[in-house]
Design a protein around this ligand. Structure first.
Ligand code: HAM
Length: 421
């Protein structure tokens, strides 16, 4: 039969890699708890309308990258390309704002975008995503960025750079957009075909274009900072000084616009030189106005998401990926097999990691297996030992052996193993 492979850009996380995933996730949980964040788990599928309205109709994600399909009743459903819209939907649906003034949430899980797969870019990828609702002060921006950098360091990422920008607000951004459109129209023919279209649909997206010619044009385009209103300017100044107070190093990148439409004021990205073209480990920003735009109360919001695969790619390769077993029970002969079967499972109930082999292999090959499973001990149990009511316990490191009475075996083993822990 022809084998069935996984879908392009969608990868398995194999057992050897799980420990590092679990470690990073548990560092996230511990770090976020220090800052008062609690976990929320939202669905992987939502109504398509949520993402269209939330992320923006003319973003690349909504225009080209969503996995959307009609359900059996013809309702359009989408596999979530990001977590923010779904968390806001849940926040509104459960009226969380009525019993909490500020709400701090995080979620961890898979996202789906039909992008062109390449190093660091997948069609199913995983995010650690954080959202804070109900706080519009610049200190919240600084605190959330501070938490992100603290998390990355705690997870073992030493070398990264933080870029921040202010994208203005509903009041001041239109004038900036108009100035950008005027600039782009002057050089329209030189832009790539995609950006020529973007002048009409979403001109600020041109800032994201990677082609050299468009980058050159963007370099000479008007800068948002010349258009910020007083409030946005003050907010940004305060974010920067709070970051400095917290000892967070940052670089202001006036060209950063982010790929989602909901941001206002502060936007930020974390990049790593250890990655290739897809060098953003994390991105986020403020999105005041989005909660009400999605049908909820007028509540401020800010958040970020870390790309797990990219974060892990920055970590030094963990060589020690093998399993660890407390004891391997090597049974030789039918009666010994029967005894070993019960003993192995009894030990597991007592909190000992125990393994055995059901096939009647030679002692030599069973010892090889014990080594492969990284066992601290092997228990050798043959029909002769059963007759004598004993078993041989072998320390797999020192190779020392000791005889243990069979009827007290479980307790004796538990004691020896517990002493070692
Ligand atoms: P984003 O910048 O689209 O933001 O994604 C955040 C991070 O997810 C990226 O920096 C990257 O590490 C990772 N990522 C994105 N796409 C892929 C992909 N195709 N393959 C691998 N990794 C990827 C958001 O998603 C916002 N929802 C973040 C946010 C939360 N803003 C406010 N709250």
């Amino acid at each position: 039969m022809e084998k069935i492979t996984s879908i392009k850009g969608i990868k398995d996380i194999l057992p050897a890699d799980s420990p590092v995933w679990n470690h990073v996730e548990s560092v996230a949980r511990q770090t976020f708890a220090l800052f008062g964040f609690r976990e929320i788990r939202v669905p992987i599928m939502e109504k398509t309308e949520l993402f269209k309205r939330g992320i923006g109709e003319t973003t690349d994600i909504v225009e080209k990258e969503m996995y959307t399909f009609p359900d059996r009743d013809d309702e359009l459903i989408t596999l979530r390309p990001e977590a923010t819209a779904g968390i806001i939907r849940a926040y509104i649906e459960h009226n969380i704002h009525t019993y909490e003034q500020t709400t701090k949430l995080f979620t961890i899980g898979p996202m789906f975008r039909r992008e062109r797969p390449q190093k660091g870019r997948f069609r199913q990828f995983h995010q650690i995503n954080v959202e804070l609702f109900g706080e519009n002060k610049p200190q919240a921006d600084a605190e959330i960025i501070f938490m992100l950098t603290h998390f990355l360091r705690s997870a073992g990422i030493a070398d990264f750079s933080l870029e921040i920008n202010s994208l203005g607000c509903k009041k001041c951004r239109p004038a900036f957009s108009q100035a950008v459109v005027a600039h782009l129209k002057g050089v329209q023919k030189s832009l790539c075909p995609n950006c020529q279209r973007r002048i009409k649909t979403n001109p600020l997206r041109v800032f994201d274009c990677k082609t050299d010619i468009c980058q050159d044009i963007i370099h000479k385009a008007p800068k948002i900072h010349d258009f910020l209103c007083r409030e946005c300017e003050d907010h940004f100044t305060e974010v920067k000084s709070s970051l400095t107070d917290l000892g967070v190093l940052y670089y202001v990148n006036p060209k950063m616009v982010r790929g989602l439409d909901y941001y206002i004021r502060t936007a930020f990205e974390v990049k790593s030189g250890a990655l290739g073209a897809q060098n953003a480990i994390a991105g986020g920003g403020r999105y005041d106005g989005l909660v009400s735009y999605l049908g909820g109360p007028d509540v401020a919001g800010i958040g970020f998401a870390v790309g797990m695969e990219r974060l892990l790619a920055c970590l030094p390769q963990n060589e020690n990926k093998s399993v660890k077993t407390d004891i391997f029970i090597s049974a030789l002969g039918a009666a010994a097999q029967k005894k070993a079967f019960l003993l192995t499972n009894k030990l597991r109930l007592a909190g000992v990691t125990a393994e055995m082999d059901y096939s009647d292999k030679s002692l030599k090959s069973q010892m090889k297996l014990a080594d492969k499973l990284n066992s601290s001990f092997a228990l050798i149990l043959g029909d002769k030992e059963i007759e004598e009511n004993v078993a041989q316990l072998r320390n797999m490191n020192s190779k020392e052996q000791q005889r243990l009475p069979l009827d007290k075996l479980t307790d004796a083993l538990i004691n020896i193993l517990k002493e070692r822990h």
